[in-house]
Design a protein around this ligand. Structure first.
Ligand code: FAD
Length: 367
């Protein structure tokens, strides 16, 4: 049993409880507290640090490569596509407004997409025109063939540059967001898994058989792990595997790179290479919430490293890890109220760095 001291403090009733301390949960809490300073906000996180996608990703501060924007427009139409690009573009501006570049290792080195067919190139001008109202640039995407050699890339026919893209340090961003939360007196229960939810004239958040916390409103920011609670939502877990090399002598490559419609992504971190992806080689196995790496995909990524990123160079792998994203039939995140007192901001796909700041604002408007 708990003591009166614990029940009066850590487990007391709150105005709002958020489940999940990834980018979504943290930005949501910040936006709510900024709009409603008098409301008490508690974030419940099952792990000792946020552990899902936010501390496991590649740290691309990106809003969509050329082929991705084209593919989205074909699937969702231009209106929805531009809405999503705007959200992500504004999200990146917001991150830079809140935190100094050196606090989160934000480097605006430009983003690149490698494409091996000519088709997308024929659409560059049309897409640039559409994006001008968002980025303010005449040419958001430009062909930069000379950089293929400069960066030493193999198996790359065309290279498209986007100067608005950058990279950042996801761990440092999460830490800065946590600092901001503490400043705003947002409270936390780490290492605490939510087991069950019951809604009546309040929401009861069950932490174990004999312990629960009450709230007026509840927000799920559980991304890929949401199906346990919201079975009806279309949320498919997608594991992303990553590797990081030891420092590479004379590395010239700088920036964030997308390949094969974004299924592969790589960047430099100083003079190391971080490479992730390849999910399209083994979709079924990667549709999981298990934090593991597989020999098959790691070997595949190493091969990709040899053939595309570091041809003719020696390298050693320093680290391998995986994280879990949330995908769905539709690309858009699910940000909504689904009962009198419950809300969700989930399914951030592979773009949560840029999306989460705006999703937080949307949630603060909704509650
Ligand atoms: C390998 C990889 C590379 C990626 N690269 C990029 C990139 O370069 N750029 C980019 O923008 N995006 C990238 N993404 C996507 C991005 O990381 C995600 O969109 C974003 O982090 C999602 O944030 P979130 O807060 O919604 O989810 P998460 O960070 O997964 O947070 C959800 C949290 O909920 C907690 N939780 C779940 N269930 C419970 C429960 N029952 N009780 C309590 N807590 C619970 C989890 O422990 C977790 O901490 C990548 C993702 C991966 C996996």
């Amino acid at each position: 049993m708990n003591s009166i001291w614990e029940l009066d403090t850590f487990y007391r009733k709150r105005d709002i409880i958020i489940i999940g301390a990834g980018f979504s949960g943290l930005w949501t809490a910040i936006s709510i507290k900024e709009k409603y300073p008098e409301k008490s906000v508690l974030i419940i996180e099952r792990n000792t640090i946020p552990l899902g996608a936010s501390t496991r990703n590649a740290g691309f501060a990106c809003f969509g490569s050329l082929t991705e924007v084209i593919a989205d427009s074909e699937k969702m139409g231009w209106e929805k596509t531009l809405e999503l690009v705007t959200m992500r573009f504004n999200g990146l501006q917001k991150i830079q407004h809140y935190f100094k570049h050196d606090e989160i290792d934000f480097e605006l080195n430009g983003g690149y997409e490698i494409v091996n067919t000519e088709e997308p190139l024929t659409q560059i001008d049309a897409v640039n025109k559409k994006l001008k109202t968002i980025t303010g640039l005449d040419q958001t995407y430009t062909l930069k063939q000379n950089k293929i050699k400069e960066f030493g890339l193999g198996k790359s026919e065309f290279l498209i540059e986007n100067p608005c893209e950058g990279g950042l340090h996801s761990g440092k961003l999460v830490q800065k967001l946590l600092e901001k939360c503490h400043e705003l007196k947002i409270e936390f229960l780490f290492g605490t898994e939510v087991q069950n939810i019951e809604e009546t004239d309040k929401v009861e958040v069950q932490l174990s058989t004999d312990l629960s916390v009450i709230a007026d409103q509840l927000i799920y920011c559980t991304n890929a792990f949401t199906s346990k609670f919201l079975e009806k939502e279309n949320i498919i877990p997608a594991r992303g595997q990553v590797l990081l090399t030891e420092p590479v002598d004379g590395l010239k490559l700088k920036g964030t790179f997308h390949y094969d419609e974004g299924y592969y992504y790589f960047r430099n971190i100083g003079n190391r290479i971080l490479l992730g992806g390849g999910r399209n080689q083994d979709f079924k196995t990667e549709e999981t919430t298990a934090f593991e790496t597989t020999e098959f995909l790691q070997n595949h990524l190493e091969n990709f490293l040899k053939e595309v990123i570091l041809p003719h160079k020696d390298f050693k792998i320093a680290l391998r890890w995986s994280g879990i994203m949330a995908m769905g039939e539709e690309k858009s995140p699910i940000v909504k109220q689904f009962s009198e007192r419950q809300f969700c901001a989930v399914r951030l796909s592979g773009m949560g760095v840029a999306l989460a700041p705006k999703i937080g604002e949307m949630m603060a408007e909704m509650i």
